[in-house]
Every structure is written in structure tokens, then in C-alpha cells.
Ligand binder design. Structure first.
Ligand code: GLC
Length: 429
């Protein structure tokens, strides 16, 4: 065969191959099919002035043919996950039976701990390297959307635990914000009661917040953890005991109030904002609410890195496999995560940006000096463990240990067998 004839014969094949490769790897949004109205599922918008809803309204004003209906799911990460998984499974079952199920959540937010599970379960679509400008994002949030070498979402907001403290009270006692857990314990035990305040409030209800708080103590006290970087169990009874006992001790000694064993993020934020507590561990969003003009502590609170390592938090936007409007969905995801909108979500709602540029913006840093604290804390934050069974592991952990906070005599019973249970949970059994 002559070269020209050979070329003519193979060209269609080459084109087909290129198209197949692009479809497999995902190209720009030009490769995505389907436009039209979509559903966006997020957690309840608790930000001041409903900043996420405002952005959805701004999108809708400009895209009347691609309207986004926002569905607010539960505030807690665990309940949010349950709703997303139920809807994705429902959609898959309906598709298999050739029926139309409940409407697909085309775009959903996902706590970063759930990326691996959603990808593994086939609930979400991998994104291509060209689907968004991933180089412009911080490394940590980008790592949180990677699973098995592919990208499974666009980081909407990053997150990290911070220590909020009453700078007026500490200054009056002549001490600086604690940089070690033992200092925090001493100040919470001695200074707080002398001012009629609670010492330390944090998220200790039986949900992901409890796992986070305990993990941070284990990391700090022993260098151990629950899951390793490959998602395998690394917990041992002694590392679990040593870290967890710090929280048990706080409750027993009274500087962690008993109510905090039922607290989620918002309940701890309200306790601190009402002036009841000297210290609070909370995520970045709390700053904006504490800082508001109507906040009783607006002028008296300070913010610092936690005296322990922090878990990396954050929420990503994911594209559901059931979506038939993937082109609109992806464009909406790109819109929410644009630099301008990340700036809006930071200044309006306190959500930590996931784009690098905002941490280098001199004007923003001048106006929000705590942004550099957030940036440094994110760089040092630790991964909770990328596992498609993270939820089962965390649940097992909570179920075995949560009750011990208020009944310390149950510690050994809670620990016995926990390692075995964690091993089973980590492989999905
Ligand atoms: C915050 C974090 C998230 C974490 C959750 C725990 O929303 O961003 O990563 O899992 O709190 O309650």
C-alpha cells in the first residue's frame, strides 16, 4: 500500500482512538455532553447572608436555560454522606431497571474523606486534567481529590482546625495563647473557672467531629494514628489509649464541659460566641461569624494554629455519574471554584480558599491577617486516610469509644477488640 493510501486508511482509526482516549481521560468541558437545568446538593448553608445560595442565584441570573436548583442536605458530614450515597444508589438502581428514579443530584459537595468511597462506588465521574486548572490549586486539596491516579472533583473550599481563644482573658492573666496541649489544659483548668467560664469546647458528639478530635490527640500524643497514608489500619491499643485519654481527662476534670460531648461545629461555635468558653477548636468558617458586628466576642477573640496537629478538612465539588447534563454541571463547578468566587466565599463565609493565588494576595492578607495562619495550618495538616471504607472505619471508632467520654470506666472495654473491628471495617467487612 502506498503511504498516502495507508494514511487515508488509518486516519479514521487514529481519530477514533484519539476520541476514545479523550472520552476515557476526560478532556475539556467540550467533551462533556448535556446541558440544561441541574440539581446541586450541598450541606445546609449556615454562612452569614447565605453566601453559597447567593452564588447559585448569580449563576441562575446569567444562565436561564441552565438553572441550578440547590438542595440543602444535612449539616453533619456523616448525614450528608448518607443522603448522597442513598441518592446515587437509587439513581443506579433506577437506571438498571430502566425506570426514572428520584432526580439525580448532578453536582454534589463531598467532604474530602468521602472522595475514595464515591469514586470506588461509581457514584462520581473522574475529571480530566483539562477539566479545570488544577495547577492553580493548593497541593493538599488537590491530593484530596486524587484517587487511583485520577482527579475526582474540584476543591471548593479547603479547611483546617484552628484554635480560637479569648485574647482579653489571656492578656488579663498575662499569658500567651497555648502552643502545646499541656499549656492549653493548664490555662483551661485554672484561668477559665476564675472568670466563670468553661475551658475548652470542641466537636465531641458521636459523628465525624469526634473522630477528628481524637485523631488529632493521637497524632500529637503518640505520633500514631488510625489509618496510614495507604488507608491501612495503623492504630494500636496503646496509641489509641494515650491520645483518647486526654479528652477523657478533660471531661473528668471539668474543663471540657459535659455538654461538649454532644457538640457539633455550630453548637461549639455558639457556646464560644456567647462568651461561655475560653478556648474553642473549630474549622475556618467560624471566624466570619465570630467576627460579625453582632457577635459578643467580635473584638475579643484571637485565632492561632491548634496546639496539636490538625486534620485536613475540606469540601470538593463532584460530578455525579447519573448526570445527563454533564456539560452544564462541569461549567457550574468551574464557576463556583473560580478565583473571584473563592474570594467571595472567603470574605463572605470564611471558607478557606483552595486556590494558591488568594494566599498570596497582599490586600486580602492585610484585611484578613488570619489568612496566613490558615495557609500555614493547611500546609501542615494531616490526611485522615484515603480509604473507600473511611466511613466504616470512623463509624466503628465512634461506636466503640464515644460512650467512654462520660463513662471513663468503660475505656478498656471500648478498646478491647477495637483494633480487630477497625481491620474489618478498613476492608469493608
Ligand atoms: C468540616 C471539615 C470536614 C470534616 C467535618 C467534620 O466540615 O471541612 O472535612 O470531616 O468538618 O465534622
Amino acid at each position: 500500500m502506498h503511504l498516502r493510501a495507508w494514511r487515508a486508511a488509518v486516519r479514521p482509526c487514529a481519530l477514533l482512538l484519539a476520541a476514545a482516549l479523550l472520552a476515557a481521560c476526560g478532556g475539556g468541558d467540550g467533551d462533556r455532553r448535556g446541558t440544561g437545568p441541574i440539581v446541586f446538593a450541598d450541606s445546609r448553608d449556615t454562612s452569614r447572608g447565605s453566601q453559597v445560595k447567593r452564588l447559585v442565584a448569580a449563576w441562575n441570573a446569567r444562565h436561564p436555560a441552565e438553572r441550578v436548583e440547590m438542595v440543602e442536605l444535612a449539616e453533619s458530614s456523616d448525614d450528608h454522606r448518607a443522603q448522597v450515597v442513598a441518592r446515587a444508589q437509587d439513581a443506579a438502581a433506577a437506571r438498571e431497571a430502566g425506570k426514572s428514579g428520584a432526580p439525580c443530584f448532578d453536582v454534589t459537595t463531598a467532604d474530602l474523606i468521602h472522595t475514595a468511597e464515591y469514586a470506588h462506588g461509581g457514584y462520581i465521574e473522574p475529571l480530566g486534567e483539562n477539566d479545570f486548572d488544577h495547577e492553580a490549586f493548593l497541593r493538599e486539596p488537590i491530593d484530596s481529590v486524587r484517587y487511583k491516579g485520577r482527579l475526582w472533583g474540584i476543591p471548593l473550599r479547603s479547611d483546617v482546625g484552628l484554635l480560637y481563644y479569648r485574647k482579653d482573658v489571656l492578656a488579663a492573666s498575662g499569658v500567651a495563647a497555648p502552643v502545646a496541649w499541656e499549656d492549653l489544659r493548664n490555662q483551661a483548668r485554672t484561668i477559665a473557672p476564675s472568670k466563670g467560664m468553661q475551658g475548652y469546647v470542641t466537636q465531641l458528639d458521636q459523628y465525624e467531629g469526634f473522630t477528628v478530635n481524637t485523631m488529632e490527640q493521637i497524632w500529637d500524643a503518640t505520633g500514631g494514628g488510625i489509618l496510614g497514608p495507604d488507608g491501612a489500619v495503623v492504630a494500636t491499643p496503646s496509641t489509641l489509649r494515650e491520645g483518647f485519654e486526654r479528652l477523657v481527662q478533660g471531661v473528668r476534670e471539668g474543663w471540657i464541659p459535659k455538654d461538649a460531648t454532644d457538640f457539633n461545629e455550630e453548637r461549639s461555635r455558639i457556646a464560644f460566641q456567647d462568651g461561655r468558653a475560653l478556648f474553642m477548636r473549630n474549622w475556618t468558617y467560624a471566624y466570619e461569624l465570630l467576627h460579625a458586628a453582632d457577635s459578643p466576642v467580635a473584638k475579643t477573640f484571637g485565632v492561632a494554629k491548634l496546639p496539636t496537629p490538625s486534620a485536613l478538612g475540606g469540601w470538593n465539588l463532584t460530578l455525579s455519574s447519573c448526570s445527563t447534563k454533564q456539560r452544564t454541571a462541569l461549567r457550574f463547578m468551574q464557576f463556583l471554584t473560580s478565583e473571584a468566587n473563592q474570594r467571595r466565599l472567603f470574605t463572605g463565609a470564611g471558607f478557606a480558599p483552595s486556590r494558591k493565588a488568594l494566599y498570596e494576595d497582599a490586600a486580602l492578607l492585610r484585611r484578613y491577617p488570619h489568612l496566613s495562619v490558615i495557609g500555614a495550618a493547611i500546609e501542615e495538616a494531616r490526611d485522615r486516610g484515603p480509604s473507600p471504607y473511611y466511613h466504616e472505619v470512623s463509624n466503628t471508632f465512634q461506636a466503640n469509644l464515644h460512650g467512654v467520654l462520660t463513662r471513663p470506666e468503660r475505656l478498656e472495654a471500648g478498646l478491647s477488640g477495637l483494633r480487630e473491628d477497625l481491620y474489618r471495617a478498613a476492608v469493608g467487612r
